[in-house]
Design a protein around this ligand. Structure first.
Ligand code: PLP
Length: 445
């Protein structure tokens, strides 16, 4: 190596780590992460890919903004509850509650008495107010956990009676029958795929029945010669000894009250009033909150579930309790706003963007997503972009936000529905950068 060999000029690790910007990054991200970025940048300089005096800058550029590898994403797909993007984005109220709860917090302490308090009392009260027909409430890890706890408590070693038309697979190969079988309960399937009648249930109910389960087939529709039995007809099923058979209704998406925009989507209040003993639901679908499983209904049955040893293994942490209470009590959620945005307001936003970028707008149909309301179209508007720009939006240079757009029929689409209007400026900057790249036509043919 000669005196002039640039490899000799590569700055030493200690010197780099002591420089103010990298020292600040180490405060934020931890030293190992920064050291790894420094080493990688030094290697690039030794290979001659960058100049020695660019090492510090290259290391800084390679570091993430936060000490988590999760990247925040602007959702331009038009799919509101997007499972691959973490389902529901939290409201500002829920985010603030999470930040407060992140430190020491009175989650199990009554500050008035100084004695131990009931964990999650605030969110349970909020759920009780939102669903007056629920005598009791319980929050667990997710919708699957809620169903697991309900069927284990009510039917382990006995039978769960369920219609063949409701034995659903939710996503990622997750099947309800497998979940129920894992609890030690036996599935007693009744009816056929397309039709189940009341007598199918009454014939099946016997001394071995632990509960009857109604599952909302949330992610598909069966049309044609179909019939199913409503909750109101199943509320009073009895075993031969006259004892009442509990009716568990898995409503899926977590609406607490009816939403006129989603007429086929069941809600907890209506289903409980119709006679379900308990309902189970997710917190991060249409409720628009954090991942959680809600159990609402008969106070005694909810208490039995709460006392089951499994409940401890399925319980949620303080961050979830905080976010969920703020979601239930607080202002309209981003999921609600995205679902109910008017086509006119979406068009106005898409047109402002399109004019600034020299592009065109197109009418599109958004989706509820999250395996919910499959038949419901959401009329909206998107800015059309070349497919190559869709790729660039997903992996932007520098500190621009990541944007997930979609490709439909060979056309790139930036649907504004699920972008908070306050982020339209960020979206425009990301689009300018993605469209400004070389070899992109200003209009697709
Ligand atoms: C989504 C869903 C579940 C599972 O809920 P998770 O919160 O994802 O565990 C169960 N049942 C139905 C009907 C659903 O739609």
């Amino acid at each position: 190596m000669s005196q002039t060999d640039p490899r000799r000029a590569v700055p030493r690790t200690d010197t780099l780590l002591a420089s103010p910007p990298l020292a600040a990054a180490a405060q934020r991200l931890g030293r190992p992460w920064v050291r790894a970025a420094v080493t990688a940048a030094q290697d690039r300089a030794r290979r001659g890919e960058i100049a020695p005096d660019e090492v510090a800058e290259a290391a800084l550029r390679a570091l993430p903004a936060r000490a988590s590898s999760l990247s925040s994403v602007l959702n331009a797909t038009g799919v509101v509850v997007h499972t691959n993007l973490g389902r529901a984005p939290l409201s500002d109220a829920a985010v603030d509650a999470v930040v407060d709860a992140a430190g020491y917090v009175d989650v199990e302490l009554d500050l008035d008495t100084g004695l131990r308090g009931r964990r999650g009392a605030g969110v349970l009260a909020a759920l009780g107010e939102a669903v007056p027909s629920a005598g009791g409430a319980l929050v667990v890890n997710n919708g699957a956990a809620a169903l697991l706890l309900a069927t284990t408590t009510l039917a382990a070693g006995r039978e769960v009676v369920v219609s063949r038309g409701e034995l659903v697979e939710i996503g990622d190969g997750f099947r309800l029958p497998d979940l129920i079988a894992s609890t030690g309960a036996r599935l007693r399937e009744v009816g056929t795929t397309n039709r189940t009648h009341l007598r199918d249930y009454t014939d099946a109910v016997g001394p071995e029945t632990g509960c009857v389960l109604k599952v909302h087939p949330s992610n598909f529709r069966v049309d044609g010669f179909v019939s199913s039995v409503g909750v109101e007809s199943l509320r009073d099923l009895r075993r031969p000894d006259g004892s009442h058979v509990p009716l568990v209704a898995d409503i899926g998406s977590g609406l607490l009250a009816p939403d006129p925009a989603l007429p086929d989507e069941p809600d907890a209040s209506t289903v409980l009033r119709a006679g379900a003993t308990i309902v189970t639901a997710s917190g991060d679908k249409l409720l628009g909150g954090p991942q959680a499983g809600l159990i609402l209904g008969d106070a005694d049955v909810v208490e039995r579930l709460r006392r089951h040893p499994l409940a401890r293994a399925l319980r949620v942490d303080k961050l979830t309790l905080a976010a969920l209470e703020a979601t239930v009590r607080g202002p309209a959620t981003p999921v609600h706003d995205a679902l109910h945005a008017s086509a006119d307001s979406l068009r106005a936003r898409a047109e402002r963007l399109a004019v600034a970028l020299g592009r065109e707008v197109v009418a599109v149909s958004g989706r509820v997503g999250g395996g919910g309301a499959p038949g419901v179209p959401l009329p909206g508007w998107a800015v059309e972009i070349p497919v190559a720009a869709v790729e660039r939006l997903r992996r932007p240079a520098g500190r621009l936000p990541v944007v997930l757009a979609r490709v439909d029929d060979g056309q790139g689409l930036v649907d504004v529905r699920c972008i908070p209007p306050s982020r339209d400026g960020d979206l425009r900057k990301a689009l300018e950068a993605a469209l400004g790249g070389d070899e992109l036509p200003s209009q697709t043919p």
